[in-house]
Design a protein around this ligand. Structure first.
Ligand code: FE2
Length: 284
């Protein structure tokens, strides 16, 4: 538990050594309810016939479209690949078909704005060395029962490019996360390994490429640790920490909310898919 909001020297040392920290039951279910309620309203309003963009990570990120790029400054819904049949028709209720909602929930949805502005997050990031933390990206991840897709091994720094690389991720369990419903798996200490990939957009050419930077293999399963945590738990992690989550084949969903922040002093690279030209900085 993070109390009051200051990291102890032991926690700081653990973060430096392992690349992540887990705060079990940091939030009560009553804290999480407004987030769940607000996202249910987003899904209610979502016109599934207007936007059939699927989010999957097993295509080397080739399936990104205009709707995806525009989500940097909006609240857009992305479908699970397995929610559509061969002819592209949805074969399950809308609330059970969405993979994630992103990526500017903190700007566009009052319940998220309020939640992200809790002093705890800014203080935690300052403890980790971000003097003026700014929130760049927020996502609601559903990990739907039975069809919640795998998220392959990756490092978040591959998708959030700064110079120097210094993004911090915060992952909040909105429901119990278990091996069965697709909890996070991480490689403790793996944040010290090189960045393997870089997802780069060439805005002039209109192309996006996942470029291989380093041939270091992804961790073996003997190196991976499952972060099975109860609802309300917060995981904080370094942008080079390799992590992954298995498909959810169980009957339980595994909702999570993620935030990614960087210090105001770093350069946000032009090649980032995510640009906030219209919204500007969101200080924590
Ligand atoms: Fe990630």
């Amino acid at each position: 538990m993070l109390t009051p909001t200051q990291l102890t020297p032991t926690q700081l040392a653990e973060y430096r050594q392992r690349g992540f920290l887990v705060f079990e039951r940091q939030f009560a279910r009553s804290d999480l309810q407004p987030l769940r309620q607000a996202i249910a309203e987003v899904v209610d309003a979502f016109d599934i016939d207007a936007h059939r963009t699927v989010f999957t990570t097993d295509d080397q990120d080739r399936g990104r479209d205009e709707y995806f790029f525009a989500s940097a400054e909006a609240v857009h819904c992305f479908l699970e690949a397995d929610a559509l049949d061969d002819s592209g028709r949805l074969h399950r209720p809308k609330h059970r078909a969405i993979n994630k909602v992103g990526h500017a929930l903190h700007d566009q949805i009052p319940a998220y704005t309020q939640f992200c502005r809790r002093p705890l997050f800014g203080q935690l990031l300052r403890d980790l060395g971000l003097q003026n933390p700014q929130l760049w990206q927020t996502m609601y991840i559903f990990k739907q029962p039975q069809i919640g897709g795998e998220v392959r091994w990756h490092q978040d720094a591959s998708y959030l490019l700064t110079r120097p690389q210094a993004v911090v991720g915060m992952w909040l369990a909105l429901e119990d996360a278990t091996r069965e419903n697709g909890c996070l798996w991480v490689h403790p200490g793996g944040h010290q390994s090189p960045l393997r990939e870089r997802y780069e957009v060439d805005w002039d050419r209109g192309t996006a490429t996942l470029r291989r930077l380093d041939d270091t293999p992804w961790p073996g399963f003997d190196q991976a640790v499952a972060l099975e945590v109860p609802a309300g738990s917060l995981v904080v992690f370094h942008d080079h920490l390799p992590h992954y989550s298995a498909p959810n084949l169980s009957n339980a969903s595994r909702h999570a909310f993620t935030m990614h922040a960087a210090d105001a002093s770093v350069t946000w690279c032009r090649e980032n898919w995510l640009q906030r030209q219209r919204l500007g900085p969101f200080a924590l």
